[in-house]
Design a binder for this molecule. Structure first.
Ligand code: F6R
Length: 364
């Protein structure tokens, strides 16, 4: 049933559709920043040695992996050791005793993460588990591997703050990162102001860019473009949130790479392209030539697609700016779910897949 006429300013209606409390979790994201900043980490009792670490790997999937990408983008230009995100059963060949591996799984039961955790253990990596519990916590505890326990009861994708901030704080503890506290605080403040003044359900559609964008994306195929090194992780997150919350397809790519291939594919089939809505994520840190590329690209695709919407980051530091874009995308995806008349919380298809896999193996 089309709910296009669903009134996004009908707050009771929004909450009625939202059985898992995704809106509540979004309202609490600024609080996650504050809580994650003060949460105890196990490094007091079990010091980690930084001297030998030459690489950092974050291994996880879906909502548990995106924090790894935030870490990768945030630290790339400012940290001497690289961060690599691994979404697989195995690990890259280089992983060994000089690699710090964060195995991140909100449930603690994701089979790919459990497998890469075991692989990291076999190779003697410096391992840390980040989870609410499950098989991952058990496996880590049984062999004396430190566990960062995050609060339970949320959808993994809604726990992005809890899953990401401990990674950054650990790098700070190791002396790789200068001042996580100030950056996390700024992110929390920016998100709080965005929730209150522009994105929250109580802000009417004529003043709410996320509600407006949800309307534009309704009935359209969402294509999200970011930039390498700045907004790429936000573009990836938008895609995942539109998929999981609104149960709709979405695709993402980055400048400048998309100028060398994707941009050519905006001629056929014209009928499908007419239903594509492109969202361009913009940030002050985008390379000046990339900014120019965005302007030219908009002219190239303008007549072919339904429309193009630019979304600008907010805040001073890169962390706050990335989170500001993520927040707009998260809210947009939940409002889009309401327009489709679907409950944003449950991800039945993922649950089904995990159950089916579970019949033939240990993890899920
Ligand atoms: C569900 C979600 C998924 C999960 C993924 C891995 O909200 O976001 O993408 O994060 O299926 O599961 P976990 O996070 O439990 O390891």
């Amino acid at each position: 049933m089309s709910l296009y006429n669903f009134d996004l300013d009908n707050i009771d209606g929004l909450y009625r559709l939202d059985s898992a409390g995704m809106l509540k979790m979004l309202a609490e994201l600024p609080t996650q920043c504050r809580q994650a900043q003060n949460a105890p980490l196990p490094w007091e009792e079990r010091p980690l040695a930084a001297e030998s670490i030459t690489h950092v790997v974050v291994t996880g999937l879906g909502g548990s992996a995106i924090g790894g990408d935030i870490l990768r983008v945030l630290t790339a230009g400012r940290m001497p050791v690289p961060v690599i995100v691994n979404r697989d059963y195995g690990l890259p060949h280089f992983v060994g005793p000089d690699t710090l591996v964060f195995a991140v799984s909100y449930s603690g039961n994701t089979e790919e993460t459990l497998s890469s955790f075991e692989e990291a253990r076999r190779r003697g990596a410096a391992l840390v588990a980040v989870t609410t519990g499950g098989a991952l916590a058990k496996a880590a505890q049984s062999c004396g591997i430190p566990v960062i326990t995050v609060p339970g009861g949320l959808a993994p994708r809604a726990a992005v703050g809890y899953l990401f901030f401990p990674l950054l704080r650990t790098l700070e503890h190791l002396g790789f990162w200068p001042d996580a506290a100030a950056e996390i605080e700024e992110a929390g403040e920016v998100l709080k102001a965005m929730h209150e003044k522009s994105l929250g359900p109580h802000v009417p559609q004529d003043k709410n860019p996320a509600k407006q964008l949800a309307r534009r994306l309704y009935g359209r195929l969402a294509v999200i473009w970011g930039s390498s090194g700045t907004t790429e992780v936000a573009a990836q997150r938008w895609k995942g949130q539109i998929n999981e919350n609104a149960k709709a397809p979405a695709y993402w790519n980055v400048f400048p790479e998309l100028n060398h291939n994707e941009i050519v594919g905006f001629r056929f089939p014209a009928s499908i392209l007419k239903n594509v809505h492109v969202v361009v994520l913009r940030d002050e840190g985008d390379h000046p030539r990339v900014q120019k590329r965005m302007e030219i690209t908009a002219k190239v695709i303008d007549g072919a697609v339904d429309g193009i919407t630019e979304v600008h980051s907010q805040g001073k530091g890169l962390l706050a700016r990335i989170f500001s874009l993520i927040y707009t995308g998260d809210y947009t995806s939940v409002y889009l779910a309401a327009l489709y008349g679907t409950d944003p919380g449950p991800v039945e298809v993922i649950d089904y897949l995990k159950r089916e896999l579970g019949k033939n193996g240990a993890g899920s």
